[in-house]
Design a protein around this ligand. Structure first.
Ligand code: ADP
Ligand code: MG
Length: 338
């Protein structure tokens, strides 16, 4: 990897394109910088668009994930970005680079997994592209969604005093990755299954996103794809705020804790800097907190507690074992060193 790219990092690279893009067409509501682009679709209707790639040996190992799971996951992670804007997913486009050694069973099973996800979330496959690839499988999904103008929840609306919530447990997917990499094989079978499922079959929180959007309850939202710290830092950057994050209260599952104990790693670190959990991280203004919690409990059976508060900033402070410190940038970046 060239040193220049390491220095720029993933977000420096995106920044180069963002600076130049400067969208000025009247139908562009939001360009680069959020989970989806937002376009005016006429009247109060908004069109949401997102795209994400899965590349072999970067995002998945062929021998560790079934082709059916891969089909499901490649669509699910894109639907998660629609959920993160409070949107309803509607349509998908699938571009594939397939290596010549793949057999028909792989394609059929991949298709079955993809359509399982498409049916679950009422998404229609409307097009795509198919190519050969020399060494690695490449999968690129584009997903469209819709929302009312007043429902769209971006990354930039958080205000000091807003409470920070997570829609589900964090760290499980990173725990699953440890198992994929061959660590913690002695873990109980059910625990292994739980963590591997979280890693291979993420469940985008569309219902939660829609609930918050319809109720106008969240000031900002993102899906946790790169670790809680990094994704919270995107909200802070777009909202021009800081945050206090109480890592001692992060929702971490028991299987995840047991794996951490077994292999001598801290599952809270997986939650903070692991990623691929695809739960929603959202901010709620103080006066709406009770309503939001009640609604999540009554409608979705989710018992959510705040994990932090948006501050004037700058920076994110993290509480670990009762002690507060400035957070260092952490989370997945495709070009930074480990
Ligand atoms: P997410 O994790 O939600 O998929 P990313 O962190 O990947 O979001 O991307 C952040 C923003 O940068 C998004 O608005 C995305 O569309 C945009 N982006 C990423 N790569 C590129 C690129 N090569 N060109 C233009 N925009 C990009
Ligand atoms: Mg996202």
């Amino acid at each position: 990897m060239a040193d220049e790219l390491k220095k720029l990092g993933e977000f420096g690279i995106i920044g180069l394109f963002r600076k130049e893009a400067d969208p000025s067409r009247r139908w562009v509501v939001r360009g680069i910088g959020d989970d989806c682009a937002v376009m005016d679709a006429g009247g109060s209707e908004r069109l949401l668009v997102t795209t994400d790639m899965l590349i072999e040996r970067i995002h998945f190992l062929r021998e560790a994930i079934s082709s059916r799971q891969l089909g499901y996951k490649s669509l699910a992670v894109n639907i998660s970005d629609i959920a993160a804007m409070g949107g309803e997913p509607t349509a998908a486009f699938l571009a594939m680079g397939l290596t010549p050694d793949l057999d028909e069973t792989f394609i059929r099973e991949f298709k079955d997994g993809l359509f399982e996800c498409a049916r679950e979330f009422a998404v229609d496959l409307l097009g795509g592209d198919t190519s050969s690839s020399r060494d690695d499988i490449m999968l690129c999904l584009t997903v469209l969604g819709r929302a009312e103008e007043c429902e769209v929840i971006g990354r930039g609306g958080a205000r000091p005093g807003d409470r920070i919530f997570l829609g589900g447990v964090t760290g499980d997917s990173a725990g699953g990755l440890q198992l994929v990499l061959g660590r913690g094989q002695e873990l109980a079978k059910e625990d292994r299954q739980h963590l591997l499922d979280a890693h291979h079959k993420p469940r985008p929180q569309v219902e939660l996103g829609r609930l918050l959007a319809r109720g106008g309850l969240a000031s900002a939202m993102i899906d946790v794809s790169d670790g809680v710290l990094q994704d919270l830092s995107h909200i802070c950057a777009e909202s021009r705020t800081g945050a206090d994050l109480d890592a001692d209260t992060l929702p971490v599952s028991n299987p995840c804790r047991r794996l951490g104990d077994l292999i001598g790693q801290d599952p809270v670190e997986w939650a903070l800097a692991g990623g691929e959990d695809y739960v929603l991280l959202f901010c709620v203004p103080g006066q709406k907190v009770d309503q939001a919690r009640e609604l999540c409990r009554d409608e979705l059976g989710l018992d959510l507690s705040p994990v932090g508060t948006i501050t004037e900033g700058p920076g994110i402070r993290v509480c670990r074992g009762g002690a507060w410190s400035e957070a260092e940038a952490a989370g997945f970046d495709h070009f930074k060193e480990d």
